[in-house]
Design a protein around this ligand. Sequence first.
Ligand SMILES: [Cu+2]
Length: 215
Amino acid sequence: MKQPSGGGAGEARHDGKDQMHRYRFTKRRGIVLASMAALLAAALLTSQLAASSAAPRKRATTETVAIRGKPAENGHHATLYFDAPKTVHKGDILRIVNKTIPHKVGPHTFAMVQQSDIPTTGKEFRNCFSPHHICLSIAHWLGSNGRSPVTQDPAKAGKPGWDTEGSLTKKGDVWFTRNKPDTSFSQIVSAKPGTTITFMCAVHPFMHGKIKVLP
Ligand SMILES: [Cu+2]
């Protein structure tokens, strides 16, 4: 099999599946690039047609949840938090992006968890990774036993998109940032209008938030 161009022999150890993907991608790149120009032209034409038609079409809006950190200052502890919109509309794209520095604070999860299972006390934070506690459940959703690597990311539950809050007994929707900086993940909000999405980080159980879903 031909080496994929751009990948040095000693560059990285890819497993078989990953390698296959890269090879096919490379092989296709020429065709993809060639058809990009045509697509772009078609898209421009389409947008002109759309602009001239009477009925304005609703565009999918992207809302962002940024995972942020505030450095320690004046005797205050450093804080990590979800910088999230208060509301989203069903059908919006909800994008999660990690703006903290993984080698300093570790990775995060954006895990949809039912409100009653979100830890709120110091004791609950400390016990979160023990059996029958939600952080360990979240790890299981991601295919990890809590110490082993994450093997399913994002882990999906219910309908496609953000819609299912998990619990101690039920799998929920979750994305794991991993250890590279600036990773992000986007998918549609499919939860019912009128519900409130509650979410938390299993790595830092004090991190949590909620977003109301509007029609
Ligand atoms: Cu976190």
